[in-house]
Design a protein around this ligand. Structure first.
Ligand code: HEM
Length: 369
């Protein structure tokens, strides 16, 4: 939570940049997901790497390595379905194993270099020195060094946590906002309702401030409804049973890969009335939340493996969305109607909108009373 608060400044600065960029496009359609992605990337990047992330060369190399790893993670592996020597042999023959080793080498080499830079005494960062605590890399290095002989966290853990933060943090939040904007533009009454709420609560300001956020109840319902219909991590993260268990009357042996379909859970007609309909008001009288306590809605997972970035993810999505809706009026390009906006999905690890949403933003300012 402390870190979520600390991210406020970065989040505000990135949102200022987003508003400035969108204010310059004139009356032209924009691919809104590109702007949203750049904003989230700036926030998560600064959170993990601090100032290092501002350097273009660092960013380009990092994004290249991550994209290669994601493509590999989502590719088909025979060994996943036929564990053992035979499956591994097929993966060797198809070249998957050598590709995996090459990409692992790239990724590991990248993280090694970053850690070496951070730990270089010439950098002047010492554990306990306040100036060194500005980002996740430095905090993890401090924890790792301070443990001494107990060694619960190793250099490999630090690298894995950094990797998970990027893979888990960037795409999921951007995809959620892309879906939210698409649903709202197809539902003008809900779009107006949420904009009226935000503008009424915020009043005449340059943009929404963090302190305004608790007042935006309908916006929260819009975000929940978007995540119910479009959980970005559609199948969560695969689990492995540690012992034989019974789930819903089925016997599941130990060591089985279990995949949870969060998308189907959010559209279960036994739980949700008119499940295919975008209807944020369904949360008005309901206490169902996505915090892991309600198994009807699990876009962040549940249990011990629930998303550790939940608070930051929700804060990013709600704050960026609130500002997009407060600062701009949104229209579809000439000749495009709401029902023409495709809601087709595609993906592997995360599912996103197949055809990007194109919208025309017009800067909105409250008229002085
Ligand atoms: C809308 C935003 C987000 C959504 C929908 C989301 C969703 C998820 C889901 C479904 C999981 C798997 C949980 C499970 O299987 O039970 C996960 C894991 C994870 N998320 Fe998020 N996430 C979001 C934002 C973030 C952010 C902002 C961060 C960090 C800055 C983050 C970091 C992680 C990490 C590190 C894991 C892996 C945990 C593990 O290995 O067990 N996520 N996330």
């Amino acid at each position: 939570m402390r870190r979520v608060q600390a991210a406020r400044f970065t989040r505000g600065a990135q949102v200022d940049k987003l508003i400035e960029n969108l204010s310059c496009v004139g009356r032209n359609p924009v691919a809104i997901h590109e702007h949203i992605f750049a904003t989230v990337d700036g926030i998560v990047g600064a959170f993990a790497w601090g100032d290092t992330y501002a350097a273009e060369q660092f960013k380009d190399e990092f994004i290249h390595v991550i994209n290669e790893s994601l493509a590999l993670l989502s590719s088909f592996s025979t060994e996943d379905f036929f564990p053992g020597a035979a499956g591994r042999m097929v993966d060797r023959l198809t070249g998957l194993v050598s590709r995996r080793e090459k990409i692992f080498g790239m990724l590991d080499g990248f993280f090694e270099r970053v850690l070496d830079q951070y730990m270089d005494p010439a950098r002047g960062n010492k554990p306990g020195d306040d100036s060194s605590r500005s980002n996740l890399v430095q905090e993890l290095i401090d924890i790792w060094r301070e443990q001494g002989a107990t060694k619960h966290i190793t250099r490999d853990h630090v690298k894995a946590i950094l990797m998970d933060t990027f893979v888990g943090g960037n795409n999921t939040s951007s995809v959620t906002m892309h879906w939210a904007m698409s649903e709202l533009i197809r539902h003008p009454a809900e779009l107006k309702k949420v904009q009226d709420e935000i503008r009424g609560a915020v009043g005449d300001k340059e943009r929404v401030q963090h302190d305004d956020m608790p007042k935006l109840k309908y916006l929260r319902m819009v975000v929940k409804e978007t995540m119910r219909l479009h959980p970005p991590a559609t199948l969560l993260v695969p689990r492995l049973t540690t012992r034989q268990i019974k789930v819903g009357g089925y016997d599941i042996p130990a060591n089985m890969k279990v995949i949870v379909n969060a998308w189907a859970i959010g559209r279960d007609p036994n739980v949700w009335e008119n499940p295919e309909e975008f209807f944020p008001e369904r949360f008005q009288e309901s206490d169902i939340d996505f915090n892991g306590a309600h198994f009807e809605l699990v876009p962040f997972g549940a249990g011990r493996r629930i998303c550790p970035g939940l608070a930051m993810g929700v804060a990013n999505v709600e704050f960026i969305l609130a500002n997009l809706l407060y600062c701009f009026n949104w229209e579809l390009p000439d000749g495009v109607r709401g029902e023409d906006v495709s809601m087709e999905e595609e993906g592997s690890l995360t599912f996103h909108k197949k055809i990007p949403l194109m919208v025309v933003p017009t800067r909105f300012r409250m008229s002085p009373k």
